[in-house]
Design a protein around this ligand. Structure first.
Ligand SMILES: CC(C)(COP(=O)(O)OP(=O)(O)OC[C@H]1O[C@@H](n2cnc3c(N)ncnc32)[C@H](O)[C@@H]1OP(=O)(O)O)[C@@H](O)C(=O)NCCC(=O)NCCS
Length: 374
């Protein structure tokens, strides 16, 4: 079998196009959105500012930000036909399938007539996706037909209010806001590349985002934070966690939330969400989950020199905010939709259909044998 690392499998390290939106792991720059370092954005900006930055290439003025926030608020309402579709989905369906279906149904009810509407559709999706998820979740789990409009100014506050039925604390609101900033954009990752390939055929925005949601669903991509939670909640002490992780590594199991296709030494998002996880653990007076997570991080570095990526400490941080594990990856969608839409706009702005070729490794040319002679 060909060595995957030598054969160029996974297109690792190959450039597949240009972007103005983001750098990932480039020496001296790390993770930047439109030239701004992720640590500065996570410290000083809000998610809505970051979404505007990705769509327009510049940070908004205070007037622009205020107007943008109001626009997103106005887009939280769901059409009745979409609510009826969501009510038909089973309670045990995968919430990422709800996101995929919800996006696609919206594309039927409010199609993008032409590309002049691309900003409107992108903004509508940022406004509507949390409502789609939580309308279905609350209906299928509590039998409640919730009002999907709230007075919360931020996407983060809106999400937590719909989930818990009450306004979140400032700390929880800000932690989720930072999480949305960290997840908003990441260059040519699998889901964004899916969106760009779809955009390159001149397809509509809803199709591009629906396809991207499908790519994000897999455990090697967005699903890693849920898998990390499923693992850490099994451990009742750091010692037990360390022993179990050593066993898993000996069996060559993958530990979700570790490693990265581009970063080699660390993921710059980890230090930020890890600090938030620690803070929430102290506020919640729940030391164990954080201590277990840190022990797993340490043993992974000792044993394999593998570092926690953005997903690992998101698991405990989300758990401390009372977010059910199956909703972790859909939150990633609520954030990354900004990056996906920005990439769709960028692709459309200088488009050529994306159509790579393959190295053929199959049979030599051979004669056809009629079915009765086989
Ligand atoms: C992200 C990921 C898909 C990158 O894959 P990749 O680029 O093929 O990984 P690498 O080439 O760096 O892998 C190097 C080695 O480390 C191993 N490795 C990588 N991530 C690992 C993990 N999380 N746990 C255990 N071993 C891991 C690989 O199996 C490989 O071992 P080998 O040389 O014996 O084959 C991979 O690290 C992974 O599956 N991580 C877990 C899922 C995850 O957290 N995804 C979210 C990414 S943000």
């Amino acid at each position: 079998m060909v060595d995957k690392k030598l054969s160029g499998a996974g297109l690792r390290g190959q450039s597949a196009g240009e972007t103005h939106l983001c750098t990932v792991g480039k020496s001296g720059t790390g993770l930047t959105y439109c030239g701004y370092d992720i640590s500065e954005l996570a410290e000083h900006a809000c998610f809505e500012e970051v979404a505007w930055l990705l769509f327009h290439g510049e940070l908004p003025t205070i007037e622009e930000l205020t107007g943008f926030r109001q626009l997103l608020k106005d887009y939280r309402r769901l059409p009745d036909a979409l609510k009826r579709c969501l009510e038909e989905l089973p309670a045990d369906t995968h919430p990422m399938d709800v996101m995929r279906t919800g996006c696609s149904v919206l594309g039927n009810l409010e199609p993008e007539a032409d590309f002049t509407q691309q900003h409107q559709v992108a903004n509508r999706l940022i406004g509507a996706l949390p409502s789609i998820l939580l309308y279905w979740y609350r209906f299928s789990h509590d039998g409640a037909r919730i009002e999907t409009e709230t007075d919360e100014d931020s996407v983060a506050g809106h999400f937590l209010t719909l989930l818990h039925g009450a306004s979140p604390s400032d700390v929880h609101q800000r932690c989720l806001d930072v999480s949305l900033i960290l997840y908003a954009e990441h260059e040519f990752n699998a889901s964004t590349f899916t969106a760009r390939v779809c955009a390159s055929t001149l397809s509509d925005m809803h199709s591009c985002i629906t396809g991207a949601i499908g790519s994000l669903r897999g455990p090697l991509h967005g699903g890693a934070n849920e898998a990390a939670m499923a693992m850490i909640e099994q451990f009742s002490s750091p010692e037990q966690a360390v022993a179990a992780v050593r066993d898993k590594l000996a069996r060559k199991d993958k530990i979700m939330g570790f490693g990265h296709a581009v970063y080699r030494e660390s993921d710059p998002r980890n230090v930020i969400i890890k600090a938030w996880s620690k803070k929430l653990s102290q506020d919640a007076d729940n030391a164990q989950l954080y201590a277990v997570s840190e022990a797993v991080e340490n043993v992974m570095w000792e044993e394999k020199k593998l570092f926690a990526n953005a997903d690992f400490f998101h698991a405990s941080a989300y758990n401390f905010m009372g977010i059910p594990t199956p909703l972790f990856t859909p939150i990633f969608v609520c954030s990354r939709v900004a990056g996906w839409a920005a990439h769709v706009m960028e692709q459309r702005g200088n488009n050529r259909i994306i159509r790579p070729s393959a190295d053929y490794v199959g049979y030599e040319a051979r004669a056809f044998i009629p079915v009765e002679q086989r």
